[in-house]
Design a protein around this ligand. Sequence first.
Ligand SMILES: [Mg+2]
Length: 372
Amino acid sequence: MKITDVEAIYLRADHVREQCDSGQDALVVRVSTDAGITGIGEVDSNPFAAKGAIEGPFSHTVASGLKELILGEDPFETAKIWNKMYTGNIYGGRRGVGFHAISGIDMALWDIKGKALGLPVWKLLGGGFHESLRCYASSLWGPTPADTHDLARRYVDRGFGAVKFGWDPMGRDEATDIALVREARAGLGKDAELLVDAGLAWDAKTAIRRARSFEEYRIFWLEEPLIPDDYEGYRRLSEAVDTRIAAGEEESSRASFLDLMDRGKIDVVQIDLTRAGGFTEALKIASLAQDRGLSVANHGFTTYINVAAALHFLNSIPNTLIVEFVAEEQTTLRDFVTMQRVEARDGQLPVPQEPGLGVDLNEEALERFAVR
Ligand SMILES: [Mg+2]
């Protein structure tokens, strides 16, 4: 089998609001083969920059568009192709956008392999640890603490046993930060897990102070309290408090995850398959985490392509902690991109059993939302 085409398709909702919500647009990667099998993947990044990294021309031997590098390759040779993409664009692709672009292609190649063999991706990865995985409903905070209380209540009523709130208005001031967590806990009741995503809000000393203030509300983890390059701050925070510290969604290669683990001393390694090099690299990162006694969760706030990929991945490693699942009530682009929707039941997500990723592109969504 040979790769015949690689497309980076940018989809954008009719109305994009100014908020921290990467479900309002999507960059979908589609890889075609001479066997008639196509695979899909996703890149959650700066979309047009990633599209350029994929579809752009050959410039020279260490600065090439990824498509040019892999046309004609056998999609089964994922490790070889991954290395070819990494070294063939090493000027632009060791970290960040160029690396994110690799991720979407790698995901699509595993989808092709699964479809060709009639097996779900997790089976190709040697997985099979779970039949379903515990998930948390992932949400932005309500505009006020009182709104967050109501939101929390509704997630529990929908059957979720764990809920995460994140980003603005956390970080405005101490009283608001504490009120948000207090009201989230009150809305959830005593049994559900509460996860807090601070959204890069503080410096290390403030984060230590907040983590201590949140202790009485029994939070499951504190996510991304600091800017990602503040490894020293992460270390000071992790060593000062008992609360689990989670981070990783801003990282791309395993080299940057190593910094977060070994210098930052975080507890939970959050891997976004659309940024961290796809399945091929994510398995290595999970293995490095396991060597350090750390648990792994996915990160994903985009479409069901990423959700499905996360389920295959987290079913293939022994150190999975929990699955992030975007469960917001407002309908966004997410609900149109794929033919299938992944649905949580009683706080659990079933592991996909269909060949490949198990989700297909909705051609009508391409017609309606594609920006060319
Ligand atoms: Mg986050």
